[in-house]
Design a protein around this ligand. Structure first.
Ligand code: ADP
Ligand code: MG
Length: 307
């Protein structure tokens, strides 16, 4: 709960920084990436890669994916890039609720048995490696070897590498070509454009219980300028602006509040809006005004596994 929730007629805090799938807003690129990752897992493609700058929503998208996959998929998430080879296997065993093994070899055997049992039960097994850009080459190589678990027809283990754009650069190096060639599908998340920024904010507010407009058009313009359309920065700015708005007893969030929040956070404008863009923004605000649009349910394709 935030202090301002009641004042702004919110049931819960709209701009928390946790990757909560209940609050997910899917722009077109998010939708495409999500559908693509679902396909990669359902079709047992082996490796898939999701990249994007800090705060573009990679971890949130992965959590949404795993929630959507439900109990037909067993998943393990690793987000500690500094771990050792042995640490990686211990972590995977623990995530799959398997007893610990004393050697890497025994851990690999146990994992293999587990994967075969899951295949027989009709379940996919997914390992998500978050923050993969920070992995050592040695660990990346070990992760590549994980997809050697296979039958003659399919990969037993699906690996999703998630990381900042440096990860893509790392894979471009010639010594990484074995791993690069195994990456069957790649997706990249970018910052929101202006229209998406508005829909994102409205969608989070609506999830938190506020469906009528809270921000002025100029507040949205300032928000886009200072955040560059990055969801994490949008959240921090909005949270600050709402807190100050509450303290000043302001029922509406205007551009002054966003500017003040940006100043407090030492943010400088990321996007410069020219005259033409401002005209377009105004046009957008006048013609796409209904906050309830963002409440539309997210529908994803049903899961179909190929064997
Ligand atoms: N598509 C989205 N829908 C809702 N919230 C999002 C979305 N993308 C990002 N966020 C919010 O922005 C913050 C940063 O997202 P995160 O997934 O941690 O980014 P990354 O992993 O790319 O650094 C999260 O706290 C989350 O609340
Ligand atoms: Mg992340």
């Amino acid at each position: 709960m935030a202090l301002y929730d009641g004042f702004y007629a919110l049931r819960e805090s709209p701009f928390s920084l946790s990757p909560d799938p209940r609050f997910v807003f899917l722009s077109r690129q998010h939708r495409e990436a999500l559908a693509g990752l679902l396909y990669a897992i359902c079709d047992a493609k082996g490796f898939a890669l999701l990249s994007g700058e800090v705060g573009t929503g990679k971890t949130t998208l992965v959590h949404t994916l795993l929630t959507h996959l439900g109990d037909r998929v067993c998943s393990a998430v690793a987000f500690n890039p500094g771990m050792s080879r042995r640490g990686l296997y211990q972590h995977l065993l623990a995530e799959f609720r398997l007893p610990p093994e004393s050697s890497v070899l025994d851990a690999m055997r146990a994992l293999h048995m587990f994967l075969l049992a899951q295949l027989a039960a009709g379940r996919r097994v997914v390992v998500v490696i978050d923050e993969a850009h920070a992995l050592s080459r040695e660990l990346l190589e070990e992760i590549r070897l994980l997809t050697n678990f296979e039958t003659s027809r399919a990969k037993l283990l699906q690996v999703l590498l998630v990381g900042q754009p440096e990860l893509v650069e790392q894979l471009q190096r010639s010594e990484m070509r074995q791993l690069r060639q195994r990456v069957a599908l790649r997706f990249q998340l970018k910052a929101f454009d202006f229209a998406e920024t508005i829909r994102y904010v409205r969608s989070r507010l609506a999830r938190a219980g506020r469906t009528d407009e809270l921000f002025t058009p100029r507040a949205y313009a300032a928000l886009y300028r200072f955040s560059g359309g990055l969801p994490r920065v949008i959240n921090v700015l909005c949270d600050n602006a709402l807190l100050t708005g509450f303290a000043r007893d302001q029922p509406e969030i205007d551009h002054g509040l966003i500017q003040r929040a940006a100043q407090d956070l030492c943010l400088s404008p990321q996007r410069r809006l020219g005259l033409w863009q401002r005209v377009r923004i105004r046009h957008y605000m006048e013609h796409n005004g209904h906050p309830l649009e963002s409440l539309r349910e997210i529908s994803l394709p049903p899961l179909e596994f190929s064997r």
